[in-house]
Each structure stands twice: as structure tokens, then as C-alpha cells.
Design a protein around this ligand. Structure first.
Ligand SMILES: Cc1ncc(COP(=O)(O)O)c(C=O)c1O
Length: 424
């Protein structure tokens, strides 16, 4: 019989086996201090750690768990799929169902390709954009994170900013030089770097990886115009926002039709799935229909597809998006009142929300870097001790799920009020 180990003991063991003790950097809690707590299990809107403490969870696996943890219909679908075999390396009907259902929601996507992660989706979409335009340069925004492929790890948000390494060593200078960086919500900065060499402008339509930063009115429309003027493609990275902010992602609330869309997170319901898609002409350049090569041993995996389909079914229930909006608006009102007149702000779009300490508005990466991360670290520690599990970084979105109850939102607000008061 093995003896049960504490989070600290597990972390010590983990550090011997894995770099920094984790398989994704932000999990190490390095920017907030303390030893990360190891999760034993999760159910609905709560997580339980190996010490048996339960938390109301606002990480939701960084977005995918929109239906809640261990949602029975998702688990049943995955178990049923597993009984029929976990991977075949050949096509299944489920993959078509998922592709059809997603394309039916997004008018900009006639066809899509399933991959295993958001990183693969954005990397592959850029390859396609480069092939279609015959150009090499790309434009991205400081503080936006699109996964960890070389050319996108330039001024990247999320964990890269949390750790202070938004430009990673190991990215060849020649690759980094093809990435031009603009300022979110600043069209002049985009115009300045977008010329006839640019294959694509890639953007999170609502930035979530420097904390939640909504686009200013007209910003996305302006991007569409600048892309058209330069003959570049516009790529919406909706890995975080797609299917979370509405059935057709954030693009449905703008007049902008992106050339390519990247999805991830929710589309896999907690199993590894990503996707990229667009018009048929563009997508038919992808192998084997066309010459742009992209493949995957586990792409369209039957368990992941089953989890994705079951999660979409939860979002199709009447009132699902209204519920997400209502619950997160309730949280927003509570956080604002807990913050009171202290310096800071709460920014929210749909079920993505961030409480920033410091600036009264965050419109771009520079603003985000001006936040009070030291206070955030202390706030995070108080909340964790009080049973609320938020991202261990100021530069992340908190996610609300269909499983969060009004009672849990109110408990969270009470804990946030205590944590803010304790960090005054
Ligand atoms: C907007 C966005 N794009 C891409 C990615 C990368 O996705 P993955 O971690 O699945 O590779 C993320 C991950 O957080 C993301 O938020």
C-alpha cells in the first residue's frame, strides 16, 4: 500500500521528475509564491486537493470545463467511446459530427481540421496563411498568447508573461524576425507593421492571456480593413473565446468575418482537441485535398471527439449562454463592490473575467504590466486558503461554468472581500 503524500511532498517528487515540477509552467505557482496544491478530483464547480480541501474552481482547466467537472453526460460519452477502443488512426463518424456541428455554428467556417491542441491549431493556420499568400511575415499583438510554437512566442502573454519570459530562448532569430508585434486596441500600431510582406494578422478577439481585455469598439473591424488593404489574412484565435462567448464565438458579435478561425479548449470538453477552419477554398489547400502538409496520430481521437460533442450538447440546452452571462455578471458586481474604491478594476466579457489590482482600465499589454502583481500574489494566497481556486497569475482570465451556482458565486464574493481586506 502506498502512503498518501501531501502536496508539498508531491511537488518535491515532481521537481525531480519534471522541469519545475510541472507539465505547463503556470501550474507551479511561481509568480504567486507557495507550493502548488495537487488536485485529487473535481466535480461540478469544485476541486478537491490531495489534503482533502475543497475549492470553488475558476480555472476550469483554463477554459475547457464549461459544463463543469465530471459532468455526467460528458463522462458517459467518454466511457462509452473508450469501450469501443481509444484510438484507431482511421476515420470515424464522430469526427464528422463534431466538424459539422462546429461549422454549422460558425458562418466563417465551411470546413475545419481537428488537431490536438490550441498550439497546433494556430501553428497550422499560420502555415496555411503563408502558403495561401506566398508571404512569410505575420502580425501578432503584445500580450496575446497563441500557444508555444516558435513564431508565436514573441511578446507572448499568459504563462510566458507570468514568468517574465515573453520571448523564449530557443526561438531562432530568423523565425522571430518574421513576427511583427502590434499593440492591442491600437490600429495605428497595426498599420505601421502591416505591409505587402504580411501573410496574416492573428488576434485573440477578446484578449484573455493578459487578463481579460475586451476589444475597443471598431478595433476588430479596423483590423479586418487593414488586413484586406494589405492582402493579408485575418486569423481569429478563438481557442479561449470560441464556444465560450457564444455558439459562434466572439466573431458573431462583430461584423468581421475572419479568414481563418482557431478553436480549442471547450471544443474538447476537457480532452485534447483543437481545430482550425475557414472557407472551403482556403481549407482545401490542406493535405490531402491540397499541398499544405499537416497531420496527427491522435487527431480526431474518439474519446476527445465524444467529450467535445457532449459538451456542445450541454451548451445547446436552452438558456445555457444566458446562465453563463447571469452568473458571471453576478460575480462581476460582487467583485466590484469588494474592490470598492481601491485602485483596480474588474474586466469581463461573457463568462471570462479578471480582477486587476492597480490600473482603472487595462486596454493593452503595457497596462497589464502596470498591475500590482505583488498584491495579487497575496490576494491569491488568501483566496486559496479560503477555498477559492483562481488562476495563480494576474495575467489570466477566470472562467465561470454552467455548474457554478448562485450560492457558490456569493460565497466567492464573500471570500474575495475578506482576501482584499486582508491585503490592504
Ligand atoms: C487564445 C489561445 N490560443 C492558443 C492557446 C494554446 O492552446 P493549448 O494550450 O491547447 O496549446 C491558448 C492556451 O491557453 C490560448 O488561450
Amino acid at each position: 500500500m502506498t502512503t498518501k503524500q501531501s502536496s508539498e511532498q508531491l511537488f518535491e517528487r515532481a521537481r525531480r521528475a519534471m522541469p519545475g515540477g510541472v507539465n505547463s509552467p503556470v501550474r507551479a505557482w511561481s509568480s504567486v509564491g507557495g507550493s502548488p496544491r495537487f488536485v485529487a478530483s473535481a466535480s461540478a464547480a469544485t476541486l478537491t486537493d490531495v489534503e482533502g480541501r475543497t475549492y470553488i474552481d475558476y480555472i476550469g482547466s483554463w477554459g475547457p470545463m464549461i459544463a463543469g467537472h465530471a459532468e455526467p453526460s460528458v463522462i458517459d460519452a467518454v466511457v462509452a467511446a473508450a469501450r469501443g477502443g481509444t484510438s484507431f488512426g482511421a476515420s470515424t463518424a464522430g469526427e464528422i459530427d463534431l466538424a459539422e456541428r462546429v461549422c454549422a455554428r460558425f458562418p466563417s467556417m465551411e470546413r475545419l481540421r481537428l488537431v490536438n491542441s490550441g498550439t497546433e491549431a494556430t501553428m497550422s493556420a499560420l502555415r496555411l496563411a503563408r502558403a495561401a499568400t506566398g508571404r512569410d511575415a505575420i502580425v501578432k499583438f503584445a500580450g496575446c498568447y497563441h500557444g508555444h510554437s516558435d513564431g508565436l512566442l514573441v511578446r507572448a502573454g499568459s504563462g510566458a508573461t507570468t514568468l517574465g519570459v515573453p520571448d523564449s530562448p530557443g526561438v531562432p532569430a530568423a523565425v522571430g524576425a518574421l513576427t511583427r508585434v502590434a499593440t492591442f486596441n491600437d490600429l495605428a500600431s497595426v498599420d505601421a507593421v502591416t505591409d505587402g510582406d504580411v501573410a496574416a494578422i492573428i488576434v485573440e478577439p477578446v484578449a484573455g492571456n493578459m487578463g481579460v481585455v475586451p476589444p475597443d469598439p471598431g478595433f476588430l473591424e479596423g483590423l479586418g480593413q487593414l488586413a484586406t488593404k494589405a492582402g493579408a489574412l485575418l486569423i481569429f484565435d478563438e481557442v479561449m473565446t470560441g464556444l465560450r462567448l457564444g455558439p459562434a464565438g466572439y466573431q458573431s458579435v462583430t461584423d468581421v468575418v475572419p479568414d481563418l478561425t482557431c478553436l480549442g479548449k471547450v471544443i474538447g470538453g476537457g480532452l485534447p482537441v483543437g481545430a482550425y477552419g475557414g472557407g472551403a477554398d482556403l481549407m482545401d489547400r490542406v493535405a490531402p485535398a491540397g499541398p499544405v502538409y499537416q497531420a496527427g496520430t491522435l487527431s480526431g481521437n474518439p474519446l476527445a471527439v465524444a467529450a467535445g460533442l457532449a459538451t456542445l450538447a450541454c451548451l445547446d440546452r436552452p438558456g445555457a449562454y444566458e446562465r453563463l452571462e447571469f452568473a458571471t455578471a453576478r460575480l462581476e458586481a460582487g467583485l466590484l463592490s469588494a474592490l470598492g474604491d481601491r485602485p483596480g478594476t474588474v474586466q469581463r466579457v461573457g463568462s471570462m473575467i479578471t480582477l486587476f489590482f492597480g490600473p482603472t482600465v487595462v486596454r493593452n499589454y503595457e497596462d497589464a504590466l502596470g498591475t500590482d502583481t505583488e498584491r495579487f500574489g497575496r490576494f491569491f494566497g488568501c483566496l486559496a486558503d479560503d477555498g477559492v481556486w483562481i488562476p495563480p497569475s494576474q495575467f489570466e482570465a477566470w472562467f465561470v461554468s454552467l455548474a457554478h451556482t448562485d450560492g457558490q458565486i456569493d460565497e466567492t464574493v464573500a471570500a474575495v472581500s475578506r482576501a482584499i481586506a486582508a491585503t490592504d
